[in-house]
Design a protein around this ligand. Structure first.
Ligand SMILES: Nc1ncnc2c1ncn2[C@@H]1O[C@H](COP(=O)(O)OP(=O)(O)OP(=O)(O)O)[C@@H](O)[C@H]1O
Length: 497
């Protein structure tokens, strides 16, 4: 009896110190695991927003971008969360009634007001950038352009966002920001991959931007834009051709054919059977063609389609000047262009037109592209209308011209060949965001792309918490083992001391 009492008294597990240590150890483990679980549980994501209005020559569009609020120190991914097409024409068309330009924007801004959470309204930057339509209006009548901007600014200031101003982008900015957008969305900048050139075809201007090894800007400083992004230097070649957007190029092509002011023009770029009476003053109402207006022409002319691709291409080629070049190499109109290099993304009207014509697949050889275009242009207008009942008639009538213009601009203008044509990808969106200058513009103005690569911690946060937990558990197990001398002997026979 007394031996048994002795044994009970000496059992070290029953000493208060051991019990306290064990309880503390268990509490420590529970605390560690709780902290790790709490730290890693998914939190409701909070976003920040930015709004850009693209006031183009043919129309205005509003884009809202969002990015994770806690990561706005240059690491969060910016994505497009809403796009809204403003009803009516571009703001430059409201020169005679500027207030209407402001009013036209309100519907899309109302949508933006609904989309952005109220508590973010006042901190959300709102930008308006105008492109070639306003560039032309500014050239033609700068006071009209100022009045349009005043009306637009007045309208935008009525909304609760942080309005950052409305301005005309230079052609160089439009080209460069389009290039930034495409390469940012493709993750080519952050990962330092080969960049993609950007081909943008608007209504009034067209841009080409790419990085070429044999371009450092010295040949033609006006075409050079230097960037340092995520720790890498880029020497971008960019050029914007004012009056070479699809609508102004069509005017130029018509102007070529109406030089002497005829009553009828037989136009190979329109379908056979197409015939419309058009106004000379409307056709020549643009600085891109106004100096060529024929003297003593009648008020109207009859625009009749002949549907002939190769003759259309001949007429289109005449709007380019290929004869003069003071540099080692040029695209057209005496503009320097280095050797084409790398993949290209072609967006805006490049995409709209080639998508309609089922020609976005650039593995289709160029000869086949021209064969298909020839067949399409030769299709009678009535048949075209029957086959595409839902398509806007203005676009439908012009696809033969637009397709011919695109192929001519790419091959004769920029010198794409059968070999490098497949390097072009016709794109509308990349990962849900529209390709265009707006995202690049906002990223630049909000400093969302750092010049240097951000320092990243050696471990992601979840990894860090997991490692701390595992090490703590190991330490606890070691601690328990260190108490081994105090462990009871595992013997069937009670140990008698
Ligand atoms: N579905 C479509 N089919 C054919 N053409 C289209 C379609 N949608 C738009 N377009 C035309 O494509 C052209 C380019 O449109 P986009 O909106 O990119 O130009 P913009 O911004 O108005 O012009 P710019 O950049 O020169 O100021 C315009 O002429 C427009 O009318």
């Amino acid at each position: 009896m007394s031996a048994q009492r002795d044994m009970k008294e000496k059992n070290p597990w029953h000493t208060p110190v051991t019990i306290i240590f064990s309880v503390i150890g268990v509490i420590a483990i529970v605390a560690l695991v709780t902290v790790a679980v709490l730290q890693n549980r998914p939190l409701p994501q909070k976003y920040k927003y930015g709004i850009v209005l693209d006031a183009g020559s043919s129309h205005t569009a509003l884009y809202i971008y969002e990015w994770p609020a806690e990561k706005d120190n240059n690491t969060g991914r910016v994505e497009q969360t809403l796009s809204c097409k403003v009803d009516g024409p571009g703001i430059s068309s409201y020169a005679s009634a500027p207030w209407k330009a402001g009013k036209s924007l309100t519907k899309c801004l109302e949508q933006a007001r609904q989309k952005v959470p109220v508590k973010r309204h006042s901190e959300t930057p709102l930008y308006l950038g105008a492109t070639a339509g306003m560039r032309l209006l500014n050239l033609e009548d700068s006071s009209a352009s100022t009045k349009v901007f005043q009306a637009v600014e007045e309208a935008l200031q009525k909304f609760p966002f942080s309005f950052q101003g409305a301005r005309i982008l230079s052609g160089q900015e439009e080209g460069a920001f389009g290039w930034v957008t495409v390469n940012y969305l493709d993750d080519r900048l952050e990962q330092n991959l080969q960049t993609r050139g950007a081909l943008d075809l608007g209504g009034a201007s067209t841009q080409i931007s790419f990085v070429s090894d044999n371009f450092d800007g010295s040949d033609s400083p006006d075409n050079a834009v230097a960037f340092r992004l995520y720790g890498n230097d880029y020497n971008l070649y960019t050029h914007s051709f004012l009056c070479y957007g699809k609508d102004q190029a069509l005017r130029k092509t018509l102007a070529q054919q109406t030089k002497s002011g005829p009553g009828t023009i037989l136009d190979p770029c329109f379908h056979p059977g197409y015939t419309e009476t058009k106004n000379y003053s409307v056709l020549y109402d643009s600085p891109c063609v106004s100096d060529r207006k024929p003297q003593g022409a009648p008020a109207t002319f009859n625009h009749t389609g002949k549907g002939n691709f190769s003759r259309c291409q001949e007429v289109v080629k005449r709007i380019f000047n290929f004869t003069e070049c003071k540099y080692s190499q040029c695209s057209f109109n005496e503009v320097f262009q280095p050797r084409l290099q790398g993949p290209f993304g072609a967006f805006s009207a490049y995409y709209f037109v080639m998508n309609f014509l089922n020609l976005t697949d650039t593995s289709i050889p160029l000869e086949v592209v021209t064969e298909r275009l020839s067949r399409y242009c030769a299709t009678p207008w009535n048949q075209v209308k029957e086959q595409h009942p839902g398509v806007k008639l203005k676009y439908l009538a012009e696809y033969c011209f637009s397709g011919t213009y695109i192929v001519t601009l790419l091959t004769k203008g920029y010198n794409f060949t059968s070999e490098n044509y497949p390097n072009i990808k016709f794109i509308k969106k990349i990962k849900g965001s529209d390709a265009g200058w707006t995202l690049g513009y906002m990223l630049n103005l909000t400093n969302m792309i750092p010049a240097e690569a951000p320092d990243s911690p050696p471990l992601p946060y979840a990894g860090y918490v997991s490692i701390v937990t595992v090490i703590a558990l190991l330490l606890f197990v070691l601690f328990i083992f260190s108490l081994r001398p105090l462990w009871p002997r595992c013997s069937k026979h009670p140990q008698i001391i």
